[in-house]
Every structure is written in C-alpha cells, then in structure tokens.
Write a protein that binds this ligand. Sequence first.
Ligand SMILES: Nc1ncnc2c1ncn2[C@@H]1O[C@H](COP(=O)(O)OP(=O)(O)O)[C@@H](O)[C@H]1O
Ligand SMILES: CSC[C@H]1O[C@H](OP(=O)(O)O)[C@H](O)[C@@H]1O
Length: 401
Amino acid sequence: MGNFHILEQAEAVEYARGIEGLFPAGVQLSSREIGNGNLNRVFQITDSASGRGLILKQALPYIKVIGESVPLTLDRVRIESEALRIQRELCPDLTPKVYAYEPDLALIVMEDLSDHVPMRRGLMERGRYPSFGGQIGTFLARTLLFTSDLAMDLQEKKQRVKAFINPELCNITEDLVFDAPYKKSRMNIFEPPIRDAVERIWADTELHLEVALLRESFLTKAQALLHGDLHTDNIFIKPDSMKVIDPEFAYYGPMGFDIGTVIANLLLNYSGQEGWSKDAQERDDYRRYLLDSVRELWSQFELQFRALWNGHPVDRMAKTRGYQDLYVAKLLQDTIGFAGVKMVCRVHGFIHVADIERIEDAVAREQAQRIALKIGAALIKRNRSARSIEEVLQIALDAVS
Ligand SMILES: Nc1ncnc2c1ncn2[C@@H]1O[C@H](COP(=O)(O)OP(=O)(O)O)[C@@H](O)[C@H]1O
Ligand SMILES: CSC[C@H]1O[C@H](OP(=O)(O)O)[C@H](O)[C@@H]1O
C-alpha cells in the first residue's frame, strides 16, 4: 500500500473514467460523496447523459467516526474485495458487481445500487419485502455452507481461514459487541433515563456468563466465512431484488453470528416501532410483519441449508446419521445468542441504530431502548436452551405486552 493517499473527488472521477469498458470516451461525469458509514469514503460517480453510474469506495487509514487518532488497517479492503468475490461466486444475484480493486489506493469500484434502498431505511418507512426471507436465506445458506468444512476441501478451507485473518476489524467487534456493553466503559453512550436498565446489564452475572461463552465462540469457532457485519444498512433492497454489501468485517467465525445479526436488526426495528406510529393497530401490524420475517428468514435458511447439505458433495463425516440435526439445532442456539448481543450493543454501546436513535419523542425513544434491551438480554439468556425460532418471537411479543 506504498502509494496510498486519500483521493480528492476529481481524482476519484478520473480513476473511474480510466476503468476500461465502463464509460464511453469523453463522457461528462459528476460525483458526490455519499458515504454515511462509520469507516470509509464512498463516491457515487455518474454519467449525467445516460444516468449510468458506479460506486467508488476508499478506505481511510483510521476509524472515520472517531478520527485519525485511531488507525485502522487498509488491508480490510483486500478482505472486502476477496469476500465480495467469493460471495458473488456463490450468490451472483445477491451481491454487487465489482469493477475494480486497487490495493495501493485501498479502493473498490462497484455497481451502483441506488435503485435499491438500505433496508434499515426501508423498514423505517414501513416497507414490506415479502421475498426477503427467501433471499437472505439463500445468501446465508450458500455463503455459510459452501465456505465451511462441510463442503470444502479441508486443506483449502484452512488456507481460506488464513487469508481471512482479520484481527483489527474483529477487535472492533470484540470490544464493541462482547465487552464494553457489559461494564462501565467510555465506549458506552446512552441517555440518562435508561441508566437503571444499563446498570442492571452491567450487574447481571448470569448474563455475563452467556456473553463470555458467545464471545468464546466468536473468538475460536472458525466455522464458515462470515460477512461479519450483516446489519440492515448493509442490505440493499427493493421489491424484486436484494443485495448484500460491505463485508470488510469478513473472517472465519461461527455461522450464527451472521444469521443473528440480521435477526437483531429486524428486532431493533421492532423495538423502534414504539416511536414510529401513534396508531396502535398500525404498529402492531408492522410488528407482526417483522416477526413473520424473522420466522421466514430462519425457516428459509434452514430449508436451504439442509437441502444444500443433502444435495451436494459434502465431507464424508457430514453424512453421519443424526449429525445434521444436531448441527442445525446448535446453529439456532448460536443464532439466538448472537442476535441478543447484537441488539444490546446497539442500544447503549458505541454505535446505535437509526430505527431507535431517530425517534424524536423522548418517552417513546426511551421505551424503545428498554424494549430492545429486554429482548436482547432475554435472547442471550435463552441461547443454550432454545429449541425453536418460535421462542424468539414469543420473547419479542412478551417485551411489548
Ligand atoms: N454499491 C453501492 N450502491 C449504492 N450506495 C452504496 C453502495 N455502497 C455503499 N453505498 C452507500 O455508502 C454507504 C456506506 O457504504 P459502506 O460500504 O456501508 O461503508 P462503511 O463500511 O463505511 O459503512 C452505504 O450505506 C450507502 O449509502
Ligand atoms: C467504530 S465503527 C463500529 C461499527 O462500524 C461498522 O459499521 P459500518 O462499517 O457498517 O458503518 C460496524 O457495524 C461496527 O460495529
């Protein structure tokens, strides 16, 4: 990365213009910076005449939301580009096209998905996406099964694990998801009215034991190549299409972490419904839709995961009678536990979610935060005994009754 420098907007445009086969010669290109994420710069570069465009994403050598005092490896762009390549091979319809990867400048150029919306925004506007369960179920089943020991040559899989060692990005998750929310820490940000609920989490040793076990799994279980940050801002959606972006947190970890992250974000929106409608009927209907989506996601995932396992060449031991059932049962438990920690950290941790944060009414916002903490903590505590996704739905219903 010797030639790295932060691109000026005009340089970004010239870089895009130079990519062979994308724009006609002499084309007039416009550009705007649209990056609203925590880590990177994102330019949308458009041919004003045809409306065709692309996205140029450049990593900064530090954490954007904190500043230059906290360096962050540019190697994350290699991880992101390689993960995108693998995900696209496995799920061509569910990932963006990548046009260029330039390691020296730590940038990736990819398909502009502006005809989709980030799913978080879609849900905040009460969008309904009936195909989502099937789409995300496919993404999860294919990316998780086909990158695991179940379906890969065991030696190749180990090489993959090595290529995806992602210590600095994993460290962010280890700190922000598994550590800070469970103790008094400068990394926690929350509003005074929920201090009592946060302090209960800090003092709950039964909860801490479950988090320690989930953290151990995150640290040691190299089960599959994870996306690593599968929240609803990283899912772009429209009625007939869904695409997953931003796998810079990819590493070999426990499958349930990715599935749990999606579920957590649906349930954070569920919690936030407290502030998005004055009409109780409308709020309940939308909550029901979100719970149906959680159920559908899990059942589609399970169906497709089992079908792929049964229908493709897999590891000899994977055919052992009874093994698949135990594997899927444990996967559900992991999913539930990780969904819980991903909810809790977004309420009083360092990074919050707009679904709750943007509620203007302070009382409703507080209520939404309390609901999210209640669901998150209950999921964490249930993780090792859960037997069915229905338990997740019941926990969510109990939290608002
Ligand atoms: N391929 C894309 N098409 C359209 N918008 C995109 C695309 N990639 C990123 N963006 C926009 O930039 C934002 C930040 O991108 P992201 O890859 O999530 O960066 P970060 O890692 O900093 O979060 C996204 O939320 C979205 O608004
Ligand atoms: C200090 S950044 C933490 C936060 O940033 C990542 O989000 P994104 O890259 O999608 O903006 C990730 O969720 C991390 O938890």
